[in-house]
Design a protein around this ligand. Structure first.
Ligand SMILES: [Zn+2]
Length: 505
């Protein structure tokens, strides 16, 4: 029977992912342990003191794996102290700090395939002198903790001014200007990403690497946010030509769609025959737009295949986790339609879908419904759009918040259950599903002037329900998310207690 194991490099290291379909049935095999990961940033560990912090993580949440940023160029930064939890140590305002974003030491010779380079941390970067993964590996091993690197694909916008020559790897917009996403068809980016992953996993004795790209494709960016379409660099044009896609037609279609959406967002008149109809008409007239968007996703997944191959080549026992962010898992219909999780499973050991049920309420209101209203679903009221969303995702509208409650109440644990079950059913045991459970995720949504921030907060009871429902739905573990320094102790304890009661730890 197929079996995937979490290995920590020691003899008794077989922490098998507890997906029933993946566990070996042999009687003599060690009892599998559930993956209980916790996402943490390097500065949290060092601010609190490594041993003190790990004692807290292990004694409250009963986590058995740390997921630590290897690079935090694209991550939670500049948050006000009001969102940090009280862990019994003095809070330091990170807006007034210059914390390093590079937590590994790279080897220049492994970056031969690209001109992009991470410079060593500057002298004034806090913790820039620490080789944290090297320090932590023996500490974690002694504590029976697995150590994973985690990374969110750095946005080339964030890397500007930090990484030499990054402009060479950036996407190019329809207007010829550089745009914030990397171009994954660009050999400079491919070489940089591959070196980054390969060097990190070869340098440190890691149990795995969790990666994700918190992005959506050019069509989603345009329809939901009015973003200038991308990428129209020579590498993407060459790819399109190989795929039989007419580049000029794609440009024309995106140009017309961009004019429509940006006009609507600026308060312009709606087309006489309707916005929704007009959007569909443009997609039919210019199917090259859909084809362009699909190639964006395929290029992202090619990066995923290479990541998997690099990790396995360097460290065969290390696991590859794939992080899918909230928009990817929960509301971007185009991203969800582009590929199935089953397509991703062959080059992924575990999928970590972000299923933050609390903060989903406000995010749905401001990052989904309001954007649809300004774009393709302009004809629907926000309430109608919410009804449509609940119906399409299979949620019970009577159990979930009404429109006016989305800033006061998150979604129920049933959301965690339904989305976990959906992925478990789709991947058919080809990889494990390890949902990201959101604990005290702050509300950083920009609202119109005069609109108060949400009052949604995580509760111990809500987290108990979410964790329980994740396992009922077939989860092989959980990743306690999104940042350790935001998580209140009472909530960490509620998760740990629930795991113990479920017999998972
Ligand atoms: Zn490109």
């Amino acid at each position: 029977m197929e079996r995937r194991a979490f290995l920590n490099g020691t003899a008794q290291a077989s922490l098998a992912i507890a997906a029933p379909r993946l566990i070996g049935a042999g009687r003599d095999e060690p009892k599998p342990k559930t993956l209980v990961g916790i996402q943490i940033a390097g500065h949290s560990l060092l601010d609190e003191g490594v041993d003190r912090c790990l004692d807290l993580v292990q004694s409250t949440a009963r986590a058995n794996a740390l997921l630590l940023y290897s690079h935090s160029h694209y991550a939670a930064h500049g948050r006000p102290p009001s969102v940090y939890a009280d862990h019994g140590v003095p809070l330091k305002d990170e807006r007034k700090r210059t914390i390093t974003r590079l937590w590994v030491r790279h080897h220049d010779e492994r970056f031969r395939g690209t001109s992009l380079r991470f410079p060593l941390p500057a002298a004034d970067e806090e913790y820039g002198d620490r080789d944290l993964f090297a320090e932590l590996a023996p500490v974690c091993r002694a504590r029976g903790l697995q150590l994973y690197a985690r990374i969110l694909e750095p946005g080339t916008g964030e890397l500007r001014g930090r990484v030499a020559h990054v402009e060479r790897a950036m996407s190019v917009g329809l207007d010829g200007q550089l745009s914030a996403q990397p171009c994954r068809n660009n050999p400079e980016w491919q070489g940089f990403w591959d070196a980054l992953v390969g060097d990190t996993i070869r340098t440190y004795p890691l149990d795995g690497y969790q990666w994700g790209a918190e992005r959506v494709g050019p069509l989603s960016e345009l329809l939901w946010r009015g973003t200038m379409p991308f990428c129209f660099c020579p590498h993407c044009a060459a790819r399109a030509q190989r795929e039989g896609i007419n580049v000029a037609r794609a440009r024309q279609g995106f140009t017309e769609l961009h004019a429509l959406i940006t006009g609507l967002r600026a308060g312009g008149a709606r087309p006489p025959d309707g916005v929704f109809t007009h959007v569909l008409r443009l997609l039919m007239k210019f199917p090259e737009v859909l084809a362009w968007d699909y190639q964006w996703r395929l290029a992202l997944e090619e990066q995923g295949r290479r990541t998997h191959a690099l990790v396995k080549a360097a460290r065969p026992t290390a696991l590859v986790g794939r992080h899918f962010d909230h928009q990817n898992t929960s509301w971007d219909a185009l991203f969800l339609a582009q590929l199935s999780y089953a397509d991703v499973a062959p080059y992924t050991d575990f999928i970590k879908p972000i299923l933050y049920h609390d903060i989903l309420g406000p995010r749905l209101r401001w990052w989904h419904l309001e954007r649809l209203k300004q774009g393709p679903l302009a004809e629907l009221s926000l309430a109608q759009s919410l009804d449509l969303f609940y119906a399409l995702r299979g949620y019970d509208p009577k159990a979930e918040p009404a429109l006016e409650d989305l800033d006061r109440r998150g979604l129920s644990a049933d959301y965690v259950a339904k989305e976990t079950r959906r992925i478990v059913d789709v991947v058919q045991g080809k990889c494990a599903v390890v949902p990201g459970i959101g604990v005290d995720v702050p509300d950083n949504i920009a609202r119109p002037p005069g609109v108060p921030a949400s009052t949604v907060r995580s509760s111990s009871a809500g987290l108990r329900a979410a964790v329980t429902q994740a396992f009922v739905a077939g989860a092989a573990g959980i990743v306690i998310s999104r940042e350790y320094d935001e998580m209140r102790i009472e909530n960490l304890r509620a998760i740990g207690d629930t795991l113990r009661e479920l017999g998972r730890v």
